[in-house]
Write a protein that binds this ligand. Structure first.
Ligand code: OAD
Length: 233
């Protein structure tokens, strides 16, 4: 179909649903059961650190028993076969893209399998629970570790890299994201300004749908491999 030299892909929680990970804003989503003000803000953490740490510990533990699905694998296949520039930007804090083999990957909202030290700023791989007594492996401080996940009101990671890629994008694809959270929700506009063709893949039509040149509805495990086949001809 389309021989875009430069491809930028944005993924959200919908790509991991069929691997058994919850979305945030659906009827049974994470924010329907937990108030994001308590669990996804620096203030919520200050109020109840142990409760917030345990919420992320449970989600980190759950990663040990999930596997990437056909959508994650298809994106790794696209990266491997594409000759031009490629960047996969995920809002997801799971590790399913890297498990599937994606390498040119940015976790803009951080990662569950990483810890951030509030004392020294260390970010390091962390697969165990984080508690209020955990010690930083870099500065040795105790009680300063938190999940390396970007909370509301905090700056997402690697924005320069992302905007540079969007500035050159010829094809922008958003997969399984509701388009509610900024700045990610605005990447499609940024890509359009660069002249990119834009495609949205989601189970349903999203609030952002009008911003895309093409919309494909359906489950990610079906729509993403089909689109990758089409792109690779
Ligand atoms: P949302 O929960 O807001 O949206 C998930 C989207 O996936 C919805 O539009 C669903 O319709 C769609 N979806 C569900 N099942 C699907 C399937 N099988 N195939 C394709 N699409 C499907 O999640 P995000 O947009 O990722 O931030 O949310 C963005 C951010 O808000 C998250 O990164 C998180 C959250 O607060 C932080 O935690 C910092």
């Amino acid at each position: 179909m389309h021989t875009a030299r430069s491809i930028v892909i944005l993924t959200g929680a919908g790509i991991s649903v069929e691997s058994g990970i919850s979305t945030f804003r659906d009827r049974n989503g994470i924010w329907a059961k937990h108030d994001w003000r308590d669990y996804a803000t620096p203030e919520g953490y200050e109020r109840h650190p142990a409760r917030v740490l345990e919420f992320y510990n449970q989600r980190r533990r759950a990663l040990k028993s999930v596997q990437p699905n056909q959508a994650h694998h298809a994106l790794a296949r696209l990266e491997g076969a594409h000759k031009g520039e490629f960047l996969l930007v995920t809002q997801n804090v799971d590790d399913l893209h890297e498990s599937a083999g994606s390498r040119k990957l940015v976790h803009m909202h951080g990662e569950l399998n990483s810890a951030l030290c509030r004392a020294c700023g260390m970010r390091a791989p962390w697969r165990d629970d984080i508690t209020v007594n955990s010690q930083c492996k870099s500065c040795g401080a105790t009680g300063f570790l938190r999940p390396d996940v970007v909370w509301f009101g905090e700056m997402p990671y690697q924005m320069e890299t992302i905007y540079r890629a969007l500035g050159k994008a010829e094809l922008f694809i958003a997969i399984g994201t509701s388009g509610h959270v900024y700045p990610a929700a605005q990447f499609v506009e940024e890509a359009r300004l660069s002249g990119a063709r834009t495609i949205e893949l989601n189970l349903d039509e999203t609030e952002n749908a009008d911003a895309f040149d093409e919309r494909i509805t359906g489950r990610a495990t079906e729509t993403v491999p089909a689109l990758v086949d089409r792109l690779l001809g």
